[in-house]
Design a protein around this ligand. Structure first.
Ligand SMILES: *Cc1c(COP(=O)(O)O)cnc(C)c1O
Length: 343
């Protein structure tokens, strides 16, 4: 097996602690969104860790993601958020999982193929992205609905849409019979008990994202990228580093080149803004982020050698703000070249 010179260190305890905190906040059954391969961490490992902590409901986007998960831990359930598309019936037929039906054409397709087999349904309470329209709810009669879902568009802000979507979801609940009702993602959980219903579906906050102020001191960082040192050198006074020669040293300084770049999701907008970290010491990035490399000032790092592993300071709220991207992109962009190391 070849060696990977960069790795994501994934803190299982922090993941579980975040889930427990969100579960305590919601006070109801708390599942986990594990689409996009568990937001990039590895869906199988996330499911195993959270199932062991007591999570029962998991969510992926597609049947392909469901298949990649393989056999689930005993007592857990999986729902497919994108529902039953025109090409999905064969996968659904051999699967124990539920689609989250999103349109009337999906509802008709499900009815025709699977009759009264239990399913979930998403309704559109105003996001206008996915979900059965509020004025089409009569068409759901006769379905065996396990969970009726809604999804909040603005839960990470104090926005009038939140109360409006809550109102509409309550109206839908009064109209549509289901075993359970579910509205809140991570941010929605923090809007309070009114939004919890029977089941909540956190994603980003499990993985270290901070969707609202309320979670700031409670959500732990889960993922830390680490890269190996390719070269240690001295940057002489007056010399510059990297593409565009954007950093020039005003004194001789020791530098290290690390095996990580924007092709790994460590985005170029972090040039001059991010840090590596050794112990408690922050080491500034110098010059531009390249496709596969960054250069770091190691003046305060002690002894650094070729082959050493160096962590990048990667708190999602700070990285997202510095790079001008969302916390979701900062996390899910971390690419396939990382080895995922659980500890
Ligand atoms: C992704 C997703 C979630 C989780 O959202 P976060 O903002 O990551 O907590 C919940 N519900 C649905 C329908 C989703 O697509």
């Amino acid at each position: 097996m070849t060696h990977k010179p960069l790795r994501l260190m994934i803190d299982r305890k922090a993941l579980v602690s975040n889930w427990r905190w969100l579960a305590a906040q919601s006070g109801v059954e708390t599942g986990a969104a594990v689409k996009a391969n568990g937001y990039g961490l590895g869906a199988r490992e996330v499911v195993a860790a959270l199932a062991a902590a007591g999570a029962k409901d998991f969510f992926v986007s597609t049947w392909d993601e469901a298949a990649a998960l393989g056999a689930l831990p005993d007592g857990t359930r999986l729902a497919i958020l994108h529902g039953l598309g025109p090409d999905d019936a064969p996968a659904a037929k051999d699967s124990p999982h539920r689609p989250v039906l999103n349109t009337m054409s999906q509802v008709q397709r499900w009815r025709a193929a699977f009759g009264e087999r239990p399913c979930d349904v998403m309704i559109d309470t105003g996001m206008n992205r996915l979900g059965v329209a509020m004025d089409a709810l009569d068409g759901l009669a006769g379905l065996q609905i396990d969970t009726l879902h809604g999804h909040l568009a603005c839960a990470d802000e104090d926005h009038p849409m939140n109360a409006q979507q809550l109102e509409r979801f309550r109206a839908a609940k009064a109209q549509v019979a289901a075993k359970r009702y579910s509205l809140a993602n991570s941010a929605g959980i923090l809007l309070g008990d009114d939004y919890a219903f029977d089941l909540v579906r956190p994603g980003i906050a499990l993985y270290g994202g901070v969707p609202r102020r309320e979670a700031e001191l409670m959500i732990e960082q889960v993922v830390t990228p680490e890269a190996q040192v390719l070269r240690v050198d001295t940057l002489k006074a007056g010399e510059s580093v990297g593409y565009g020669a954007t950093f020039t040293a005003d004194h001789d300084m020791p530098i290290a080149t690390l095996n990580i770049g924007y092709a790994d999701g460590f985005v170029r907008n972090l040039s001059g803004k991010a840090h590596a970290v050794r112990g408690n010491t922050l080491l500034p990035l110098l010059g531009r982020v390249s496709m596969d490399l960054v250069t770091v000032d190691i003046s305060r790092a002690g002894d650094v050698r070729e082959g050493d592993w160096i962590a990048l300071d990667y708190k999602l709220p700070e990285i997202a703000a510095a790079a001008g991207i969302s916390q979701y992109e900062a996390l899910t962009g971390l690419g396939p070249r990382f080895e995922r190391v659980w500890r």
